[in-house]
Design a protein around this ligand. Structure first.
Ligand SMILES: [Zn+2]
Length: 250
């Protein structure tokens, strides 16, 4: 029978699971024989058990995938990235670029940074999620708040979902994205503005007791990126309409 599952052809035998093919015709043609061989190659060595299938991450004893695990593997294979000089983007104001630059160097006055300099902080947890210690890496990369922001930004910029393990990954995103160089530069500007806006939101929560508001942060990124890129890039034809759909020509 076509479309049957491997499991449908397995029966418990004297020495564990055995195949019981139930062929409709007695002789297999060349194609069928080759396909059967391929199938046997695929399932050879599999430990077939009763019960539902499940995903198993083979690099962890627990079988559960996590980001720390893949980071460890990438570290083991000597994945090296060339030393990079921080690249400025003159389509946004200096104060905006400075946030991304300091974040990359872990030089923003986060709670962990202050506490490392013996400045007393009430508690070290992130004000966005309240769970993890507040470091630059956390605020801009691993915090759930930041991750949602980046996915929204990816949608807006019509680029694939953003997968970042650290701040450098975010700051090199535009280099590997497709499209003309002008579009890359706009994307880089948007990334800068996003850093700036996340840090601004964080400061408003810490110093003005505001509550995190994702929609507000995203609206601010889009509005400010449009304003600055339009004024500084001489993209005279850029309209808010184009920008709201991220249509940036070459
Ligand atoms: Zn957080």
């Amino acid at each position: 029978m076509k479309d049957c599952l491997v499991f449908d052809r397995m029966k418990a035998g004297g020495s564990g699971m055995e195949f019981q093919w139930d062929w409709v015709c007695s002789a297999l043609g060349n194609n069928e024989s080759a396909q059967l061989q391929q199938l046997m190659g695929l399932i050879n060595g599999l430990n077939v058990t009763f019960g539902p299938d499940k995903w198993h991450w083979k690099y962890e004893g627990s079988g559960i995938f996590n980001v720390a695990s893949i980071k460890k593997i990438l570290g083991l294979v000597n994945r090296t990235r060339p030393a990079r000089v921080f690249e400025w983007n003159n389509w946004v104001p200096k104060k905006v670029g400075i946030v991304a630059c300091r974040a990359e160097m872990e030089r923003l006055p986060t709670k962990c940074a202050l506490s490392a300099r013996n400045i007393r902080v009430h508690n070290r947890s992130c004000v966005m999620c309240g769970i993890y210690d507040e470091t630059c890496e956390h605020i801009f990369v691993s915090c759930q708040y930041a991750q949602s922001i980046w996915q929204n930004i990816a949608n807006w910029c019509t680029i694939p979902p953003i997968i970042a393990f650290d701040i450098k990954d975010l700051l090199t995103l535009h280099e590997i994205s497709s499209g003309p160089s002008r579009k890359k530069k706009v994307l880089y500007a948007v990334i800068f503005v996003t850093f700036w806006s996340i840090w601004k939101t964080r400061n408003e929560i810490v110093f003005e007791q505001k509550v995190p508001n994702m929609t507000k942060t995203l609206d601010e990124v889009k509005a400010m990126a449009y304003l600055w890129v339009k004024n500084w890039s001489k993209l005279a034809t850029l309209t808010w309409e184009d920008c709201s759909r991220f249509k940036v020509g070459g």
